[in-house]
Design a protein around this ligand. Structure first.
Ligand SMILES: [Fe+2]
Length: 299
């Protein structure tokens, strides 16, 4: 999968294959160049992580120049590469969507589900060097990390099991997300979390189930941050400002999530939509009421 302008479209972003189980999956990280790849390999080896240089055939299959592979403390296969191949032709989607917001923000984000977050935080934070965006302890424990201005490219969620929880892709236009929600809603059991909006990256999204069991989050309007000045905090208002009724969480967490969203509504928790040039039109006119609301609410 690839998006953005033709000059920066990648040939390979996501590949899907038929496996008997999703344990054969791997997650790829891009570094700047060959020197950066060598530095990462050295850092991993110093930390006691075995690094394998991958054959050219696999690099060719991934459409990258050079590739290393290693596993995280839970056995998840990770790859790092440089020199992603650029497509000569613009991305042509299978359905008439506006396209995926990628480019310097990367593919989107991936969330791992883990037995205990403490087992992996040190690896992703201290060895791989991902930077903490924020974290939540309720209604479930989750830590978010960034590697570029996207609020999070990666997160680890504590559920008691290990694997891939979800993959997020971001669309340019909100209507793409609403129309996909309609399409997914036609199938019983396909929706894993209803349409909603996140408290931390402000993404409006829904989650659907894939045949492999993990989820795909389809979203619009994610915020960008300044990685150099960003300060990580604990988020205490739950994962969603509204919506995102999660069918995959236990009943006690579901009740707590509903209670937190109820509190967010009572308190008037809200955030401006995050737009990019070309996907919004500024409505004319303001009124004293709205001007006063903006001053009080800061939004
Ligand atoms: Fe997500």
């Amino acid at each position: 999968m690839s998006g953005c302008a033709p000059a920066t479209s990648r040939i390979g972003r996501v590949s899907a294959k038929t496996f008997s189980a999703c344990s054969s999956s791997s997650l790829g990280w891009e570094v700047a160049d060959a020197a950066a790849l060598d530095q990462l390999a050295a850092r991993l080896e110093t930390a006691g992580v075995r690094v394998e240089r991958q054959p050219k055939a696999l690099a060719d299959a991934r459409r990258v120049q050079e590739l290393i592979a290693f596993v995280d403390p839970l056995g998840n296969r990770l790859e790092a590469f440089h020199g992603a191949e650029i497509a000569a032709e613009p991305f042509r989607p299978g359905r008439a969507i506006s396209g995926f917001r990628t480019g310097p923000l990367g593919m989107g984000h991936v969330v791992l589900t883990v037995e205990r977050v403490e087992d992996v935080l040190w690896f992703y934070q201290d060895v791989l060097g991902l930077r903490l965006s924020d974290y939540m302890l309720e209604p479930f424990k989750i830590y978010f990390f960034h590697v570029n201005p996207r609020h999070h490219s990666f997160a680890v969620l504590e559920t008691g099991t290990n694997g891939i929880h979800h993959l997020m892709v971001e669309l340019y236009m909100l209507d793409d997300v609403g129309q996909a929600y309609d399409l997914a809603s036609r199938e019983d059991g396909r929706i894993a979390a209803t349409l909603g909006r996140h408290t931390n990256d402000f993404m409006t999204s829904f989650y659907s189930r894939t045949p492999s069991g993990f989820l795909v989050e389809y979203g619009w309007g994610g915020r960008s941050i300044d990685p150099d000045s960003w300060k990580a905090v604990e988020m205490t208002h739950g994962p969603s400002l509204w919506g995102h009724e999660r069918t995959w969480i236990p009943a006690d967490q579901l009740a707590q999530a509903r209670e937190m969203r109820g509190r967010a509504a009572l308190e008037g928790q809200r955030q401006p939509v995050q737009v990019i040039e070309g996907n919004y039109t500024l409505a004319p006119g303001t009124c004293p009421w709205w001007d006063a609301t903006r001053k009080v609410g800061g939004s």
